[in-house]
Structure formats: C-alpha cells, structure tokens
Design a protein around this ligand. Sequence first.
Ligand SMILES: Cc1ncc(COP(=O)(O)O)c(C=O)c1O
Length: 398
Amino acid sequence: MPGYEVLGEEEKKEILEVLETGVLFRYGFPAQRKGRYKVQEFEQKFAEFTGRKYALAVSSGSAALKVALAALGVGFGDEVITSGFTFVATWEAILECGAVPIFCDIDDTLNLDPGELSKKITPRTKAIIPVHMLGTQARIEAIMAVADQHHIPVIEDTAQACGGFIQGKALGSFGAIGTFSFDSVKTLTTGEGGMLIMDDPELYRRSSEYHDHGHDHIGPDRGLESRSFIGFNYRMMELQGALGLAQLSKLKKMIADQMAHKNRLKKILTGIKGIRFRELVDPDGDTATFLAFSLPDENKTRALKDLGKKLWLGLVYFYENGWHYYRNWEHLLLQKTACRNGWPFQVENNIRNLTYPQDLLTRTDKRMACLLVLPINVRMDEEVFKKTEQLVVEANRI
Ligand SMILES: Cc1ncc(COP(=O)(O)O)c(C=O)c1O
C-alpha cells in the first residue's frame, strides 16, 4: 500500500533540486527559484493524470475535504451526507465547517449505497461525500444520478483510491470536486499532503484562495491586491511537491505490483469455504491496496480473525476499528468537542437536537461484523503467501 516502500533516487533528485534553490514556499521568489515550481508542476501533472482541468495541492487529505466544502459554500445549518465506513477526517471536515454529518449505509462495494442515499436527503443537504474506501470504487455513477436529480454537489473522497478508475475515468473526476490524501501510508505519498481536482474555474478560484488565507488568485501568480473572503493556510510546500512528482511517476507500477499480489492472495483465499469477496465496480480500475472478504457469520469471522493473529497475518477487523467505523466513534456519538460551549454540536438554544445513536446503521453493522481485510503492499514477503495458505488450511478445520 504505501509509496514509502519505493522511495529512492527519483525522490532524492527532485528534493535536491528544491534544496539547491533554497525556496521552500510554493509561491513567489522568481529570481531565486531557477524556474522550479514543484507544487505547481505536481498539480499540472496530477490534473493531466486524472483528466480534470484543475488540481490544487494542499497540506493533507483532511484539508482537501475542508477546502472543497468551503469552496462549495457549505457552512452552518447545512447537512452533508457521507457513509458510516470512512476515516474520521471525512466527517471531521464537515463539522469543521459548522455543518452536520448525516450517515448513510454502505452496500456490497463497502461504499455509500446509492439506494439508501435519497432517504437521507433533506432541504438542508448541501453536499454528498461518497468515499472510495480501501482503494476501490463506490457506485459513483448511480450516486451522481441521485445527486444530480436533487441538484446537490458531490465531493468524492478519493483519499484511499488515488490511481483508481471506472472504465478508464479517474476516481475523483465524477463529482464536482475530488479530494485525495498523500499521507505517509498512502500509495502515492508526500509524507503529509493532499489534492483537489475539478473542472469548474470558479470552484478552483474559490478553493485556491480559501487555502491561501483568502488572497486573491486572479493573475498568473498569487495576487496581493485584496481578499474576497476569509480563508486559512492549507498550502503544500515545495519539498512535498517534489516528492509528489517522483511518486506520481511510479504510481502505475506500484498499482500493477499490488494487483499481482492481490490476485495471488485472492486465489489462495478462495479455498476458504463460504468466503465472499467484496464487489468491485470495475476490477481493472482497482488500486489493489486491500483485499476485503466476508465470511457467512460473525462467529466464523471472529474465529478467522483470531487464526490470522495466531499466524501473525495482519488481518484487519474494521468492525472493531476506532478510526474507520461509525459505531466506534465514541467522541462523535457523545458529541464531545474541544470547544467549551459545545460548538459545533451545541448552538444557542440547542436548536440542532443532533443524535448519533450507535445502532443507526444496522445494515452496515451486519456487513462489517463479517468483514476481514488483508492490506496489500507494493513489496510483499513470500512469508505472507505461505501464512495465507496456512490460514486456509486451518480455517477449513473450524
Ligand atoms: C477516506 C479518508 N479521507 C480522508 C483522509 C484524510 O487524509 P489525511 O491523512 O491526508 O489528512 C483519509 C486518511 O487516511 C482517509 O482515509
């Protein structure tokens, strides 16, 4: 999964080019920087790669979501729909804007269920954030159809699926905005970092200005004239841009290597009685970062999880995971906030009356209780394949 496995000469060369100029800031310093604009170049290449007109690099995937919501004008009183199986950042970004996350069940793709989506839409819904979880596609075309019918913009959280496609169209390029993460465990990594992609010039201008303290970005370089709204600092710096350029050039190969490992492991695991693999919208466009599968019931799933632990095989049981699953987000369910007056959950006269019951997503609970996930690496030790074979033998004795 992580691009850190392939850090090498290409990254060193790009980084040295930045250090030679001494310019770490993405804007300005034209005399010193010898024509090197690494973040800008990374954006251009990323836009090309994903087939969108604009790309804006930011400081993280979390920042990308916040900037996207701000660009769409989402704020206090608004509702944003997302799935209950995602990384905490997806709904943190919604709360950061003062809006309210509304959670939707997932389907066999383990991503937002388009069939459930319309039930969650209210007059307050101002955005929908489907997440391409664990490296592969949500039913984005069906989700877009529902969203378009209600004229609600879609932000695709593609943090975990950079380099994924559906019939050749890049994940992240279906909705109004696509967001990406390049944190230290992502396939394409810049240590910390993120990206937004879009086609609409006005959304791009708003995103670009918001991520840079609201400075006007009208001319060829960063404008210093005035500001049309308040922003914040979510900028990426040149060293990250340099890393991004080197890593982007390796992305296809990394995914191809992961795919070979995934196919091999899948073939081995097919030997487990009753196993069902996650549904893939387009298997050829999978980024192959994880192999997700289900067993017929929770007892069998837990037994296999324990076997995996015994064999030191890193199976993840997301049902019990505190970072990625609704029922374990106790701070959200209890509406705990760092703010003394309870914002953004509490507002004057408590007009929100928000509730997040633990059993809100019963259909998702059923799926998650029977789900196990094997992380896939770019480089995989033969030991993993041997242990997986052993797992199959022992699993069929349960
Ligand atoms: C689905 C999802 N969204 C957003 C993020 C946030 O990205 P970052 O860690 O770069 O802030 C992550 C990070 O893992 C993620 O998995």
